[in-house]
Design a protein around this ligand. Sequence first.
Ligand code: SF4
Length: 361
Amino acid sequence: MKVAFGHMGTLTPIMEMILEDLDHESITPNRPTRQTLALGAKYAPEFACIPFKIVLGTYLECLKRGADTLASGGGYGPCRAGLYGELHKRILKDLGYQFDFIFFWPPLKKPLHFYRQLDKLKGRYSWAYLWRTIKKAYSKLTVLDELEMMAQRIRPRELKNGSTSKAFDQAMAIMRRAKTGSEIASAGIETRGMLSQVPFDDSRQPLKVGIIGEIYVQLEPFANFYLEEQLGHMGVEVRRSIYLTSYTHHDVLSTKGDMGSRTLAMPYLAQKVGGHGQNSVGDIIRYAKMGYNGVVQLAPFSCIPEIVAKSLVPQLSKDYGIPVLTLFIDEQTGAAGVQTRLEAFVDLMEQRRSRNLMIGA
Ligand code: SF4
């Protein structure tokens, strides 16, 4: 099979490796661009959120490159995530594309369906072989998460502007080429070493910002205007509320989600509202308790879970004394506008920190 999938941050090399291990041809998607988004937006319903449009555009690009199968995963309601696989399929079929669609529901929600889809993907290989492949993919994922966190810490302290991103991109290319267990282990050592050799000033005390919100716009840099890099270059250390390994534990291998943030959210929002809406509420509290200087909430325009979370932001900000910047993102959002808002937010956090230091002095 010639299999394509949506591009979502560091998940891309993992999917590519799994497909190749199962003897499929991976039609690995390129990082989305404005053209990808425009293509998706052209055929998507107007109400669809931006992850839907970017992924639809990506599918179209991959089908034109010869993909005959699309692989996708989907969330479960109550937001629209539960409908999106089927909707993607129908739109593409209506456009005349012929392809097979392998759609994974969360395994603990629909185990039989998940098993059947996995069986289709594994083809002639044994379940034991598939299990080893998944374990290997997880070990690679762990390294990729670690590299992202290292880059997030080093970037605001780097001595030469852009050196962390350059080292990170090189590290990602090395990790992408690592296919066997031993190659992944040695590439992990090499790439950690590469990042730790980036010259940086460890005595700097950068502002710290937590990034929260919907998963796709958190994990795909194109969708969030390369927010982590932008903030890093403004001298801000970031940490996301979602990494792929934590998502695997909380949302794939469990039906409960991240109970840490959900528990914190309970006094303000006692029930799940779909997506990561409830988590966003708890994550604001979590970052405030950890002494972060601010939080950026990333929300696709019209994303109901994040709209619900946003409605609680003023109260949370007041109760926990932490500024929160919400960025609603759709295809009309411009890079310059996002940058201006980020700069203003960084200024605000700087002023708050200086004032708090003066009060404490
Ligand atoms: S979480 Fe938000 S962006 Fe994601 S599918 Fe649901 S409504 Fe859309």
